[in-house]
Design a protein. Structure first.
Length: 227
C-alpha cells in the first residue's frame, strides 16, 4: 500500500510539473502577440456553434467542477474562449501598447468545413492592417484511459503531423487536415487551426513549437508564429 501511494504521488508531481510547463508555454506565446504591435487580437476557438462575443463577455469552468470565471455578466463563452480570454487578461493586460489593439472573441463550430474556416481566417487577416491570432483548440483525446481504442497509433500520428505543421509554420498542412477525422480521433481543434491557416496563407512566417505533450490525457500543443 505504501509503495502504491508513493507511486501515485510521484505521478501527480509529474503531472503538476507538466501543467506548469504548459502554462509557462502559453504565457510566452500570448505575451509574444503584443510584440507584433497589432491593431487587433482575435481569440479563435472551437465550439459547438459559430458565434462572436463581446470582448468583456464572461465564461466559467463551473460545469467542470472548477470555481473559476472570467469576464462580466452571465457566463456565455465556450470553453476554448473562456481559457483564451483568461490568457489574454493574465498575460497581456500589463503589456506596453495595450491601448493600441482591440479584442475579438470568435467561436468556430468544430464541425465547420475546411473551406469555411480558411475563408474566416482570410477575412480576419484582411480586416485591419495588423492582426494577431490566439487560436485555441485541443488535439486528440484518444489517449484518455478507459476510452476504447485509446492507444490508437493514428491519433499519435495525427498529433505529430499537427505539431510538425506548427513547428514549421506551415499553413498548407493545417489547411489539409481532414474534418472527417475529428470525431474518429476526438480532435476539438481542427476548425480553429484551419482559421489560422486561412489567415497565414501566402505569408512567410517563422514557427516555434513551445510545448507538445498530453498531461491530462489530451494532446496539447503550444506554438508561436511570427514574421
Amino acid at each position: 500500500m505504501a509503495g502504491r501511494a508513493e507511486s501515485g504521488e510521484g505521478a501527480e508531481a509529474v503531472g503538476d510539473a507538466q501543467i506548469l510547463r504548459l502554462r509557462s508555454a502559453c504565457g510566452a506565446a500570448v505575451a509574444g502577440l503584443a510584440a507584433a504591435r497589432p491593431d487587433l487580437i482575435a481569440v479563435v476557438g472551437g465550439a459547438p456553434e459559430t458565434a462572436e462575443y463581446e470582448a468583456s463577455a464572461a465564461g466559467s469552468l463551473r460545469d467542470f467542477g472548477i470555481p473559476f470565471g472570467v469576464g462580466s455578466g452571465d457566463a456565455v463563452l465556450p470553453l476554448s474562449l473562456t481559457v483564451g480570454s483568461w490568457l489574454v487578461r493574465r498575460f497581456l493586460t500589463a503589456e506596453a501598447g495595450r491601448e493600441r489593439w482591440r479584442l475579438r472573441l470568435l467561436a468556430v463550430r468544430q464541425s465547420r468545413p475546411a473551406a469555411d474556416c480558411l475563408r474566416i481566417g482570410a477575412e480576419l487577416a484582411a480586416s485591419v492592417p495588423r492582426v494577431a491570432l490566439l487560436v485555441m483548440g485541443d488535439g486528440s483525446a484518444r489517449k484518455i484511459a478507459g476510452v476504447p481504442g485509446a492507444a490508437d497509433p493514428a491519433a499519435d500520428a495525427y498529433d505529430a503531423a499537427v505539431a510538425a505543421a506548427f513547428a514549421d509554420a506551415d499553413p498548407d498542412r493545417l489547411a489539409g487536415l481532414d474534418p472527417a477525422l475529428d470525431r474518429e480521433l476526438m480532435v476539438a481543434g481542427r476548425a480553429a487551426w484551419q482559421v489560422l491557416a486561412g489567415a497565414a496563407a501566402g505569408r512567410r512566417l517563422h514557427g516555434e513549437l513551445l510545448y507538445a505533450a498530453a498531461p491530462l490525457d489530451v494532446s496539447y500543443l503550444v506554438a508561436s508564429w511570427a514574421t
